[in-house]
Write a protein that binds this ligand. Sequence first.
Ligand SMILES: Cc1cc2nc3c(=O)[nH]c(=O)nc-3n(C[C@H](O)[C@H](O)[C@H](O)COP(=O)(O)OP(=O)(O)OC[C@H]3O[C@@H](n4cnc5c(N)ncnc54)[C@H](O)[C@@H]3O)c2cc1C
Length: 391
Amino acid sequence: MPDHIVVIGAGIQGAGVAQAAAAAGFKVTILEKCSVGGATSSNSSKLIHGGLRYLESAQFALVRECLLERQLLLQLAPELIALQRFHIPIFDHSKRRPWQIRLGLAAYSALSGFNHAGQYGEVPRAQWARFDGLKHDQLRSLHYYYDAQTNDQLLTQAVVQSAQSLGAELLLGADVSTVDIHKDGCRIGFMHNGREQFLEAAAVVNCSGPWVNGLLAKATPRQTPLNIELVQGSHLLLKNTGIKHYYYMEAPGDHRAIFALPYLNELLVGTTEVPYKGDPSNAQTLAVEETYLIDSLRHYFPELPAQLQIQQRLCGLRVLPQALSKSPFGRHRETLYQLDQRTRPRLISVAGGKLTSYRLSALKVLEQLRPTLNNPKAIASTGKLLLIPNN
Ligand SMILES: Cc1cc2nc3c(=O)[nH]c(=O)nc-3n(C[C@H](O)[C@H](O)[C@H](O)COP(=O)(O)OP(=O)(O)OC[C@H]3O[C@@H](n4cnc5c(N)ncnc54)[C@H](O)[C@@H]3O)c2cc1C
């Protein structure tokens, strides 16, 4: 009988770990208190990308890794992930100059391997009028490059489904309340259908996203919390804006990067960054964030209708390493891992990171558990498994 791995949380990280562990031949159970991909993993910017802006904080290895992963995921999930042409308008008042954008896009293209997805360039002035009423006043250049967009929740569901097809079990409505680490494994207690139940596992992977430290507080022996903070990011889904192209712009006030992306026949505009304290379940978009996003959009698209209808507010919490001196966007985006203090660790916590790199994070988790587990014969490779949307 292969070792049993229990995964807590069915966001993209839990989905990825469950898929990788099942593909490696382990017995896998996913415990999820709510729904698959219902938390952070349905409130992202929905990009499968290298992260152009992370070049500014010199995160070259991360960008390269994510661009390679973008390439692979485009092949594995063609019905869920599509390449789109993004546009960056640069104005006289923009903080970044046209030469900086050219340099950044050249580096982005090089890191993606100069393939089709690495194309970039500038839109000739004669074509600017085709761009959704984008203001021309003080517009100096309009750059383009390619990145990929997904439906984050459908992607997460497809990864869970792939894990299930390899034998993983999913228990929804299972709220984990205790993790007791002992010599030979872990005993996990959880509430399900109004009664407390228990599972034994050789190892537990804590993929509870912004609840990661709350979960660690439920473990015995006592575990050190991760040194993290939560930063709230909001998007608005706006109806009938008429905007058909994908934009990556600087907010006029504070020069932060914001996206305006056609999504499900509407326009997704985001994101903000607001430090968050308190129960992650209570996070919601603030009025000040709404105003900031709509004002920024109006600044660049002055012909937008006077009344913009908000179809949906999406609010997610980024798990970032503590770094009081740096703005959230300058901070490193690598996935964070923490093992319990044993020579043969039984509990590993995974937090932060990116939707894009979920598959690589999952492989790193298994690598770190390798000394603890009896490694069975692999039955598949996640680099080859197609991801099909759930109908
Ligand atoms: C605003 C924003 C925009 C982003 N944009 C992008 C982007 O465009 N591209 C990109 O690559 N990345 C992006 N990211 C990063 C990416 O979305 C996250 O890193 C990722 O979704 C985190 O997934 P997760 O599985 O760790 O957490 P979650 O998706 O939050 O999943 C955690 C799960 O654990 C469950 N859980 C918690 N406690 C328990 C318990 N006690 N028992 C059982 N279950 C429990 C929760 O219900 C939840 O389903 C963005 C993040 C944010 C916040």
